[in-house]
Design a protein around this ligand. Structure first.
Ligand SMILES: [Zn+2]
Length: 189
């Protein structure tokens, strides 16, 4: 046994510290989920259908990777995402042909997640589909009402779900080999 567990007491009055428990969750790392649409992930199936070249896929991955550790208030330009509606955010990245691809979604604090619900694109400074805001709100209500059965982890980007494989997530057998990702150490930045 090590003798490390006896940390020296410094006499700090813990009760005086404000723990800010009432603050909304705004700091990552975020889990990424996607809307379940007839047993298929809406974003995954879009990616499958689109047959992206690796470079497009890399652009998308880079955007998610960037956003993952970004506090919610910093999901704004020039980062790859920003708030565009009541609760709606858009993730922006480019196709190899410089088409401006978009993914709409919202935060779901309870699961520390960003739920991607709808794909689209931007042309001449306009978002498509035209009714993206109505759709995004509708999907947000739909997903949040029953998060466990109406969303699924996006690929391996939800360490919270990976840690509880097969627990409440339907239709997602983890046959891909579960990466044993440890949660990153707290960096404070
Ligand atoms: Zn999850």
């Amino acid at each position: 046994m090590s003798n490390r567990k006896m940390a020296p007491r410094r006499g700090t009055p813990v009760s005086k510290q404000s723990l800010a428990l009432t603050q909304p969750v705004v700091v990552g790392p975020w889990n990424f989920h996607e809307r379940l649409d007839r047993n298929i992930g809406a974003i995954s199936s879009w990616i499958d259908r689109s047959n992206w070249p690796p470079k497009t896929r890399a652009n998308f991955d880079r955007a998610l990777d960037h956003l993952r550790h970004l506090p919610q208030p910093r999901w704004s330009k020039p980062t790859p995402a920003s708030k565009i509606g009541d609760h709606t955010y858009v993730i922006r990245f480019k196709d190899v042909s410089s088409t401006q691809l978009r993914v709409y979604g919202h935060f779901y604090d309870v699961h520390h997640a960003f739920t991607m619900t709808l794909d689209g694109y931007e042309k001449d400074d306009e978002y498509h589909p035209e009714n993206y805001e109505v759709l995004a709100q509708k999907y947000r209500a739909f997903c949040d009402e029953d998060f466990d059965s109406r969303t699924l982890p996006f690929e391996d980007l939800c360490p919270s779900c990976s840690a509880n494989t097969g627990n409440g997530i339907s239709g997602v057998p983890s046959t891909r080999g579960t990466p044993r990702t440890q949660p990153p150490p707290k960096m404070g930045k």
